[in-house]
Design a binder for this molecule. Structure first.
Ligand SMILES: *Cc1c(COP(=O)(O)O)cnc(C)c1O
Length: 380
């Protein structure tokens, strides 16, 4: 389908093409000098000691939980209003994801009060998601984590470049995880990053990424080693040089592209301000968001299918973030979750529509979308 305004679009140009060609010509295709450069640049950008590039964001989350020693005896508190990978990655360790509600219909992030209510003697960690790139209430969450001796994992898939109290998102918890999937604020096609300041965790993450092996192919190529030992049950979650090269270029554009997103969001907000039938969450937010997506909530959830269909007829692509995880068939069967257990999450997920947003979007596209919204409600 050819959209007049599509949901998202990536900023890929000659620089990325040149970087990829350079890697191909070098004939060193996987985890080498370029990956090292990408990790160093990302660590510097975030202000953390260690960054490990991995195959995707889900792999990042999986080894983050595993490095913290989370296992089948444990529970991890996380939101349900997120991509299923957040909870799946907890389940890969054998632990139980325990879903907490969102803070409100304005703040779609995990609620500190709800977290408190979900803590049991088995709780080991809190995995937060900065929805849409808007930072969670980290002061309150850190306070809870300290009091109950819980780890904090940040799922920062939406939030590269976001800041909370002048600290980069992803650099606040024990471990931060990023995704560079094709629809994220910066992309490597598929890819991810695990970051931490803790040297012990860094050592574990490095091992888990590549079969628990003590040396890499690159070390052996350089003549630093002939053999290796295996110290843990690891995975093949490595990234390749082609993706790392794209990542280096994308990281350079991240701040300016996030600013472009912010500019468009401010335009959206001013045009939808005081709209009777629609509200834009995160009216109040703290810190600096990355503006990953632009979610709105319809006053009347029954109108959503007709609303999205109307936008589609005008060539405007929209989406839903998210169907809540606790109501997916697999999660219901596994844990017995029922409708009604997370009232705010369920309400938001029924009313939410994600509108187009990407750095190359034009102001006239925003006008086109908001005018379509107004004319829909006149006719509805
Ligand atoms: C995209 C995303 C992930 C998973 O990342 P992949 O790179 O697709 O594996 C995890 N959590 C959230 C919130 C995401 O949006």
């Amino acid at each position: 389908m050819k959209w007049r305004v599509q949901l998202s679009d990536i900023d890929i140009g000659n620089e990325e093409i040149r970087a990829v060609s350079g890697v191909l010509r070098s004939k060193w295709l996987t985890m080498g000098a370029v990956t090292g450069e990408f990790e160093a640049a990302f660590a510097r950008y975030l202000g953390v000691k260690y960054a490990f590039a991995v195959a995707n964001g889900t792999a990042a989350l999986h080894i983050a939980h595993e490095a913290l020693g989370i296992n089948s005896r444990d529970e991890v508190i996380c939101p349900s209003l997120t991509f299923v990978a957040t909870a799946n990655s907890i389940m890969y360790t054998g632990a139980k994801p325990v879903f907490a509600d969102i803070a409100s219909l304005d703040d779609l992030n995990i609620s500190p009060d709800s977290i408190l209510k979900k803590i049991t003697s088995r709780t080991k960690a809190i995995t937060v998601v900065h929805y849409g790139g808007y930072p969670c209430n980290m002061d309150a969450i850190i306070k809870i984590a300290k009091k109950h001796s819980l780890f904090i994992i940040e799922d920062a898939a939406h939030a590269p470049g976001s800041e909370y109290k002048n600290k980069k998102i992803g650099a606040i918890g024990d471990i931060g995880c990023f995704s560079f999937f094709s629809n994220k604020n910066m992309t490597t096609a598929e890819g991810g990053m695990v970051v931490t300041d803790n040297p012990g965790l860094a050592k574990k993450i490095r091992l888990l990424r590549s079969h628990g092996m003590t040396t890499l192919t690159l070390d052996r190529h350089k003549g630093h080693a002939f053999t290796y030992d295996v110290e843990a049950l690891g995975y093949n979650y490595r990234i390749d040089e082609i993706r790392a090269a794209i990542g280096l270029v994308q990281l350079n554009k991240l701040d300016s592209n996030n600013e472009l997103r912010g500019h468009l969001v401010r335009m959206y907000r001013s045009r939808l301000n005081n709209h009777e039938k629609i509200m834009a969450p995160f009216y109040k937010y703290s810190g600096k968001p990355s503006f990953h997506i632009f979610p709105v909530l319809l006053k009347d959830k029954a109108l959503r299918p007709r609303f999205m269909d109307y936008l589609k007829k005008r060539g405007i692509q929209s989406s839903i973030h998210y169907p809540p995880i606790h109501l997916f068939d697999f999660y219901k069967r596994k844990f017995g979750y029922k409708e009604g257990v997370l009232p705010l999450t369920e309400e938001a997920s029924k009313r939410e529509v994600t509108l187009p947003l990407y750095p190359g979007m034009r102001l006239e596209d925003v006008r086109f979308v908001t005018e379509a919204i107004t004319s829909f409600h006149k006719n509805a």
